[in-house]
Design a protein around this ligand. Structure first.
Ligand code: CTP
Ligand code: MG
Length: 229
């Protein structure tokens, strides 16, 4: 079955320090935003996308969608102060029924096979997220003092997309708004309903472009995919 996508793209990219929205940075001559959109444009299961955008980017985003022949973006909605607000604005415009994916526009390396596995899982369970087992040893630290070591088995680093039945995500966002809860991902809101969330194993390439070093990793991933690494 098909799915719809909310693509939060309304950030400022402050940590990237590019002086503009990091989604406009080009990789192989193509903006990050377009790399991400193309994955969904080319997936026949994707029925359409809603972009949450900052008003200052509106004209440029419109012209990029045209230039790169992106046809599946159904609407652009104004973003909010935090990522969660941007997604809520977009979610309010989604018709109930079916599966909605939330995917950070700043993760251009998501692969179709993972999207499809996530979508199938969410159809069965109502909520599914993608992530990878943590590789580093994790410690809690306060004032530069190590308080302890966290058992690593069972720890996963969470990525996007995250997929939900529309009704489940709506309920989660309404509860979070009522209770002034601000989470760092969508599943954390769903967990609070409470509603069970299933983890789907993704891959380590699905990085979020956050700081300038990530652009070097991005170039390496692109090279690897072209078979020249
Ligand atoms: N985002 C959004 N609305 C916000 C903040 C973020 O739609 N108010 C989007 C970003 O555009 C990005 C995704 O959420 O695609 C993940 O956020 P993040 O990586 O933090 O991006 P930025 O907020 O742009 O970066 P920074 O926090 O460094 O300013
Ligand atoms: Mg941010």
């Amino acid at each position: 079955m098909g799915y719809q996508v909310i693509l939060p793209a309304a950030g400022q990219g402050k940590r990237m320090g590019a002086g503009k929205n990091k989604l406009l940075i080009e990789l192989n001559g193509i903006p990050v935003l377009i790399h991400t959109l193309r994955v969904f444009e080319e997936d026949e299961q994707c029925d359409g996308l809603i972009l949450a955008i900052h008003p200052q980017d509106e004209a440029e985003f419109h012209s990029l969608l045209k230039k790169y022949h992106i046809t599946k973006v159904k609407s652009l909605v104004p973003g909010g102060k935090e990522r969660q607000h941007s997604i809520h604005h977009a979610l309010k415009t989604v018709k109930d029924g079916g599966i909605i994916l939330v995917h950070d526009a700043a993760r251009p390396f998501i692969q179709k096979e993972h999207i499809n596995r996530l979508n199938e899982t969410a159809e069965k369970t109502g909520a599914a997220i993608i992530g990878v087992p943590v590789k580093d040893t994790m410690k809690t630290v306060r004032n530069q003092m190590v308080l302890g070591t966290i058992e690593r088995s069972g720890l996963w680093a969470v990525q996007t997309p995250q997929a939900f039945r529309v009704s489940v995500l709506l309920e989660a966002y309404e509860k979070a708004e009522r209770e002034n809860y601000l989470g760092t991902d969508d599943a954390s809101l769903v967990e609070r309903i409470p509603h069970p969330v299933t983890m789907v194993e993704g891959d380590y390439d699905n990085i979020k472009l956050t700081t300038p070093e990530d652009l070097f990793f991005a170039e390496a991933i692109l090279k690897k995919r072209k078979g020249s690494f």
